[in-house]
Design a protein around this ligand. Structure first.
Ligand code: SF4
Ligand code: SF4
Length: 105
């Protein structure tokens, strides 16, 4: 079942301190760590999206946001590494999504 995420971005807004980015390999993979769980993971980002990651305007506006969070069309946020995101992010269920899931049971 797809989670009813509305893309508000709140769950990723204070994650910069917990998602650490290390080296980037030649094929575009970043070596990363989720410091909350100590999980090390690899995240692949295209060169176009890498530029979005380091967008200074975004960083100025959202200084505590996860480095992989970006703002898309319709003012909704999304994760650039959704398929590669760490376990902490995979298992997190926000109150909005939880309520929606309860209502749809
Ligand atoms: S998971 Fe929840 S808090 Fe995170 S973007 Fe979606 S609706 Fe917002
Ligand atoms: S890796 Fe993705 S889901 Fe996890 S905090 Fe960053 S933007 Fe959010």
């Amino acid at each position: 079942m797809t989670r009813p995420c509305n893309g508000c971005g709140k769950c990723c807004m204070n994650m910069r301190q917990y998602i650490r980015i290390g080296n980037q390999s030649s094929d575009g993979r970043f070596s990363c760590e989720c410091t909350l769980t100590k999980e090390k993971f690899q995240a692949r980002v295209s060169s176009k999206d890498t530029a979005r990651m380091f967008d200074r305007n975004f960083q100025f506006r959202y200084p505590k946001a996860c480095p992989f969070l970006v703002l898309g069309e319709g003012d909704t946020f999304s994760c650039l590494i959704y398929n590669d995101r760490p376990g902490h992010c995979r298992s997190f269920l926000c109150s909005h999504c939880k309520e929606e899931e309860e209502e749809n049971k």
